[in-house]
Every structure is written in structure tokens, then in C-alpha cells.
Design a protein around this ligand. Structure first.
Ligand code: ADP
Ligand code: ZN
Ligand code: ZN
Length: 732
């Protein structure tokens, strides 16, 4: 135990604790939120100062001295540090890794926060120089000198605009000692506001929702529970405009960056500003630029995906989480956080409102509304004159589907094309066919590294594993019996091929993660879809969310049955969400939409609920089921996962975790397992899991906190890859 003043820092290593250091020699004031370099093992690491404490558990002689601070001021403010601590505590994840997740890559690596750019400045000699004489001998140099006399320093960027060709005059003036080169902070002008066009006048339901939202200030969670096309986005935009008018910043989260172009266009039109985009596929420098403008307050509106929830804001006023039910908000590796849940925690800390929106709210959110913790605003009707789509089931036992498409679905496509409408054929399976089978001996092509079948991809005449990415050439004949192999089942490529053969005069546009991998292809495909030029669309989940295709009147669901018999307790909720979302693409403007769902289990009670009561009935039923079975949202879950090259190592680690948990105070929690993961082998590693279930949050966290520490320190932890997933959404 030492009494010296110590710095408690977070380092990007997989250990939960903070590390103590003595302050560097001669350092000025050090405040939490500054970065420093510290000696760590034999290396130096970038560290985030979390706390300055009076004393350490460690004896003074064991404390090392931190290196010089990287920043002159705190990079992260108290609220940002609070969020990092919260995420680390809640998800039981090493704090240094949370810091790393919250910072743009350049800052994580110790780069400067303030952008420095090169500028030219006038020297004293330059100020006194005889400009008239210079103008006679070197007119271009005189021009540059004049510009700098009017304003100095000028950045290279500004000079490019003011004095074209200035670079050629630089050396001459520098040699005369008239100018010098400096590094200055890059302070871009605030984003200019363009002309805003008012939207349609809000209808009665929108007015009611807006009135309720405006009646509450400070923290509160509101759910806009509105059918697809009910005008939720219009309501957000009104509240965004309110916050901006108050001089506050708004953070808007969307599940996927593919959805932003339409939203950006609407924001630009309605509010007259350019939202700043924040997502993980931005280049590092663009990301840093956006982060910086959020932090310094020069960007009023941030639009981003999951990771944007950590962006510092200088004057936050509102957070919007669009499509709050979407699984993309949950990060599935590393820091396994829910951006929606962190957005709510952050809004509470900041005492600002948060608006969640969905046509198919998660059961977690539905229950919170029932309990009165969230306010619910219902938009039951489509905005404008659009009608809700008509749903129809096609029983595949009565109408067999040749190549995936039944006669009633083909007839509906014919009708749609004749009426100049557009059809979207939805199938959540990319590739040509999910299976390659040998009709001779029944052999199925499997991945050599996973317990999974290979998917047939026609484009490259390949077999690909969707779990580990492995690929190999398609086997034409069976290696065991020599019969010709056959693709079995439907994927989007195959449906595309079938439709193209059926409708040779039509452009069939396929949108899935394979067809849109190349830069620009997604934009082109969406343009074809939105303009109506392509009348037949084929796509996965990617096409089912959020998009607005004005001409689309028919949605065909090729096969919904996978979801009916899911082993995951969330199966029903997920299936209903994806069907309602894709159905929501139909008939968004003048003509009423039609949705045809093909199923081999038309008598399944799920269909009765969905067809007669819609998502609300499915949710109601699912909630009752969850309550009876003590699943979330009525209980809390955490999943400890382990994987290793040998099966026994993964199990040994989790057996040990179970023993440790039982020795700790495990009152109020149930331990289920360890068991092998349902897909046990993946990418050559054996996977197992231990499920922890608890009636309440407190008991779960009281157990996980010490358990994490013990596991970290255990010998077995070095033999496996392991993780803790709090509020997991994939149990399998
Ligand atoms: P959601 O976000 O619920 O899917 P949107 O806000 O995108 O709904 O609205 C769906 C369509 O209805 C858009 O074309 C929008 O411009 C239009 N719309 C929204 N509110 C109104 C309104 N009050 N009157 C007329 N049209 C509206
Ligand atoms: Zn065979
Ligand atoms: Zn594989």
C-alpha cells in the first residue's frame, strides 16, 4: 500500500482491471480522459487516464512511472468516461478494450485529436517587403504575398481556392524570408444550413405523438410503435428539428448503413442540413473527422450505426434509435454490447430523451412499455392514403412449388407486371442452393472445418461455407459413388435464375450481400429498384428493411418455414419481425400491396395469430410463452462461451467456470450446462457454452463480477478462447 498520487489507467489488453502508475516527471495537470503512453511489460502502450487516486494497493516501489501525456486536454469528457465504465461493468468486458471500441482507430493508436494542417504565414520581413517592386519582377509571388497580407496564416486548402498555382511561388517567397510554413489546427466552418422544405402536415396520430413527446423534457424513453409507412420518420424529423432549434445535437442510430441514403436525403430536404455519417466502413481519417466534429459540436446531427453510440457530443439533446428491434444493434464479438441499450443508459446519464421506433418492437421493449417504464405512442395507420398490405398464405402441399415458386405466386407476379407494379421475392438464403447432394448414395457436401453444410454458389461454381468462409470447387460427381451431384433447395441466385427464365423481357435485380459486395453495386441496384426500372427484385433481409420502393405492390415470401421450428426461443418473434418488415415494403404509395407467403405448414397456429392479429398478437402470445418458461424479458441471461482446438479443453474450462460460480454466491441464478454449442465445430474449433439465468439483473451481475476476475486469472483461460455475453441474442 502506497500513499503517492497515482494514475489509474485503462490499457487495451484483455484484463478487466485498471493499472496504477506514478505520474510522469514534470507533467502539468493530469485529468481523466487524457491519453498517456505507459510502459507495459516490455512494451509501451497508449493508455487512457480514468482516475487520479491518492494511493495504490501496490507498494510504491512496484509502481512504474507513466510516460508523457499525449493530450494537452481531456479527449473524453466525464460523460464519455461514464459510458465506458458503464459498458465495461455491465458487459463484464475489459475496460481498456471498451476504450478502444469507443475511439476511432487513429486515436486508439495515439494519434493527435486536433487535425493539424499545413499553412503559410507571413513573416515580419514579408510584411515590410516592397510589394510593388516584387510585382514587377515576380507577379505570381506578389499575388501570393498579397493574399497572405490580407489574411495570415492561410491553410493549403484555403490557398488552393484563393491563389491557384500558389505552390510555384512558395519557394521564391520562402527563400526571400517573406513567408514560413506552419502547422495549424484545422477548424472547418460549421456545416451550412440549406433551404428546408416543410414535410406533409402531421396527421392526427402523428400530432398526438408529437404533443406527448414535446410534453416531456429530460430523460425518458418513448417508443414510436407504428406500422411500416405510418410516418415514424416524419415524427423523428420534427423532434430532431426541435432539438436543433434549441442548439442541441442529435444522435440518430440506424441498424445498417445501407439504409442511410434515403434518410440522408430526407434530412437534407426537411431540415436543410447535411447529417454527418458515422459507421465502421468509413476510412479511418473520415471517421476521425466525423468523431471530432461531433465532439467539438460543429456537427449538429450525427447519423450512424451501432458503434456511433460511443461518439462524444458537446451539447447532446436527443437520441433516436430507428428499428430498435433490429439484431444489428447487438455486437456479436469482442465487446458484446447492445447499442440500443447503451443509448438508453447514455440518455439517462445525460438527462435527455431517447426515441425508439419500430413496426415490430422487441419483446424487451414491449414489456418495458407495459410496465410503464417506457412511454408508448401508437401510429396504427399508414400515413397519407396508403393502405396496409393484404396477407395471403399459399399452402405448398396444395400448390407445389417448382423451383421454389408456386402457381399462385407466379400468377400474382404476372398480374403485378401487367399492372406496371413491382414484385419483391424474399428469401433469406443467399447463394444458389443451401445443399449439394448425391442422389446415388445420399452424401451431402459438408465443410471440413465446421459442423455445417456447404452452400452452392453458382457464380463461381463454388461450394462455400457461410460459417467459416471456406470454399472449394463444386464437385460435379460424387467422390464416393460417382453419381452426378445435385443442388438441393433454393437460394437467391437460383430464384433469380428461375425468374429470369420465366420473364425473359424483364430485368431481375438481386440484392444480397454477395451481389452488393463491390463498391457502388448496392447504390446501382437500389437505384434500379427505386426508379421502378427493374420490376422484379430478389433479395434477402438486406432488402426487407427500411427501404421505400414507390412502385412495389407485391411481396412474395419463398419459404418461411425455417423460422417456424426454430430451436431458439426468439424464433417466433424473429420470424414475425422479418415477415412484417418485408411485407411493409409493399404498397407504400397509391396502390394497395399484396403479400404472398408460401408455407408447407399452413395450419401452424403462428399463421392464425399473424394473419388475424398481426405482430401485436404474435408478441402477446410470445410474451406469455416467455413468462411461463422464464425466458427473457422476464429473466436475465448471460452466456459464457469457450472454444478450443480440442473438445475437452473447451468443456474443462466451462466445468471449472461452473464450479467457481457455485462456490461464489450463486443465489438467485441458475446454471445451465456446460453443453456443446448446437453447431459444435466451427472453423476447426470446438465450441461449448454455459448459460446463466437469473430472475433479476442484480444477482446476475453480483455473480459475474467476481467470476470474470477468477476466470481471467485461471490457468484454463490460457488454453481456450472465451467470452462473456450479457443479454445474448444468439444462444446457438
Ligand atoms: P415510417 O418511418 O413509419 O416507415 P415514413 O415517415 O417513412 O414512415 O412515412 C412513410 C411515407 O408516408 C413517406 O413517403 C412520407 O413522406 C409519407 N408521410 C408521412 N407522414 C405523412 C403525412 N402526415 N401525410 C402525408 N404523407 C405522409
Ligand atoms: Zn454418392
Ligand atoms: Zn466452415
Amino acid at each position: 500500500m502506497s500513499r503517492a498520487r497515482v494514475l489509474r489507467v485503462a490499457v487495451n489488453v484483455p484484463l478487466a482491471r485498471l493499472f496504477d502508475y506514478l505520474p510522469p516527471d514534470g507533467a502539468g495537470t493530469l485529468v481523466p480522459g487524457m491519453r498517456l503512453r505507459v510502459p507495459f511489460g516490455r512494451r509501451r502502450q497508449v493508455a487512457m487516464l480514468m482516475d487520479v487516486a491518492e494511493g495504490s494497493e501496490l507498494p510504491a516501489e512496484r509502481l512504474r512511472r507513466a510516460g508523457a501525456p499525449i493530450d494537452e486536454d481531456a479527449v473524453l469528457g466525464p460523460d464519455d468516461l461514464w459510458l465506458i465504465r458503464f459498458a465495461s461493468d455491465y458487459y463484464h468486458h475489459p475496460i481498456g478494450e471498451v476504450v478502444a471500441a469507443a475511439l476511432p482507430a487513429a486515436l486508439r493508436q495515439g494519434g493527435p485529436v486536433a487535425a493539424r494542417v499545413t499553412a503559410l504565414a507571413l513573416t515580419a520581413a514579408g510584411r515590410d517587403a516592397d510589394a510593388a517592386r516584387l510585382a514587377r519582377r515576380a507577379p505570381r509571388q506578389a499575388e501570393l504575398l498579397d493574399a497572405l497580407r490580407a489574411h495570415s496564416p492561410l491553410t493549403e486548402h484555403a490557398l488552393d481556392g484563393a491563389v491557384p498555382g500558389w505552390r510555384r511561388s512558395r519557394k521564391g517567397l520562402a527563400d526571400k524570408g517573406f513567408i514560413e510554413t506552419l502547422e495549424v489546427a484545422d477548424t472547418p466552418p460549421p456545416l451550412a444550413a440549406a433551404h428546408a422544405v416543410p414535410g406533409p402536415p402531421p396527421n392526427a396520430e402523428q400530432r398526438q405523438a408529437l404533443e406527448d413527446l414535446r410534453a416531456h423534457s429530460g430523460f425518458g424513453v418513448s417508443l414510436l410503435d407504428g406500422v411500416t409507412g405510418s410516418g415514424k420518420t416524419e415524427v423523428y424529423l420534427h423532434r430532431v428539428a426541435d432539438a436543433l432549434a434549441d442548439g442541441r445535437q442529435v444522435l440518430m442510430l440506424v441498424p445498417e448503413i445501407g439504409l442511410t441514403p434515403q434518410l440522408v436525403r430526407r434530412v437534407r430536404e426537411r431540415i436543410g442540413i447535411e447529417p454527418l455519417l458515422l459507421h465502421s466502413s468509413l476510412p479511418d481519417n473520415a471517421r476521425l473527422h466525423a468523431w471530432r466534429r461531433a465532439r467539438d459540436g460543429s456537427a449538429p446531427l450525427l447519423l450512424g450505426t451501432r458503434s456511433a453510440v460511443f461518439t462524444p457530443l458537446s451539447r447532446p439533446g436527443l437520441i433516436v434509435v430507428d428499428e430498435e428491434h433490429d439484431a444489428s444493434y447487438k455486437q456479436q464479438e469482442g465487446l458484446r454490447y447492445s447499442a440500443r441499450d447503451l443509448a438508453i443508459a447514455r440518455a439517462k446519464q445525460l438527462d435527455i430523451p431517447v426515441i425508439l421506433g419500430s413496426a415490430t418492437p422487441s419483446l424487451e421493449t414491449v414489456l418495458r412499455c407495459r410496465q410503464g417504464a417506457y412511454r408508448r405512442h401508437v401510429l396504427a395507420a399508414r400515413a397519407g392514403n396508403a393502405l396496409p398490405p393484404l396477407l395471403r398464405l399459399v399452402d405448398l402441399n396444395r400448390h407445389p412449388a417448382a423451383d421454389g415458386l408456386s402457381a399462385p405466386l407466379l400468377a400474382a407476379i404476372d398480374r403485378t407486371l401487367k399492372a406496371q407494379g413491382q414484385a419483391l421475392i424474399f428469401l433469406n438464403r443467399r447463394g444458389f442452393a443451401p445443399t449439394l447432394i448425391c442422389p446415388g448414395c445420399g452424401k451431402i457436401a459438408e465443410c471440413s472445418r465446421c459442423d455445417a453444410r456447404m452452400t452452392v454458389h453458382a457464380a463461381g461454381k463454388q461450394l462455400r461455407c457461410h460459417h467459416c468462409g471456406a470454399s472449394r470447387p463444386l464437385e460435379r460427381v460424387c467422390p464416393d459413388c460417382g453419381s452426378a451431384c445435385r443442388p438441393l433447395g433454393q437460394g437467391t441466385e437460383r430464384i433469380e435464375e428461375t425468374l429470369a427464365a420465366h420473364y425473359p423481357s424483364q430485368t431481375v435485380t438481386r440484392i444480397d450481400s454477395d451481389s452488393t459486395r463491390l463498391k457502388g453495386t448496392m447504390d446501382r441496384a437500389l437505384a434500379l429498384a427505386t426508379s421502378g426500372e427493374s420490376q422484379i427484385l430478389v433479395g434477402t433481409q438486406m432488402l426487407s428493411k427500411g427501404h421505400h420502393f414507390p412502385n412495389l405492390t407485391l411481396v412474395g415470401v419463398v419459404n418461411a418455414d425455417q423460422g417456424l421450428f426454430s430451436t431458439d426461443f426468439r424464433g417466433g418473434e424473429r420470424l414475425a419481425q422479418s415477415l412484417v418488415q418485408v411485407a411493409g415494403r409493399a404498397g407504400r404509395e397509391r396502390r394497395q400491396g399484396e403479400v404472398i407467403i408460401q408455407t408447407a405448414f399452413a395450419a401452424h397456429p403462428f399463421w392464425q395469430r399473424l394473419m388475424s392479429g398481426g405482430y401485436a398478437d404474435v408478441a402477446e402470445f410470445a410474451l406469455a410463452e416467455r413468462e411461463a418458461a422464464a425466458w427473457p424479458p422476464y429473466t436475465r441471461l448471460a452466456l459464457i462461451r469457450a472454444s478450443a482446438a480440442e473438445r475437452t479443453a473447451a468443456h474443462r474450462f466451462l466445468d471449472d467456470a461452473r464450479r467457481k460460480a457455485l462456490q461464489l454466491d450463486a443465489a438467485g441464478v441458475r446454471l445451465l450446462g456446460p453443453v456443446s454449442a448446437p453447431m459444435e465445430r466451427r472453423a476447426g474449433r470446438y465450441r461449448a457454452q454455459l448459460l446463466i439465468q437469473s430472475g433479476g439483473r442484480q444477482a446476475l451481475h453480483a455473480l459475474l463480477r467476481p467470476l470474470r476476475m477468477q476466470l481471467e486469472a485461471s490457468h484454463g483461460a490460457r488454453q481456450v478462447r472465451w467470452s462473456i455475453d450479457v443479454d445474448p441474442i444468439e444462444l446457438f
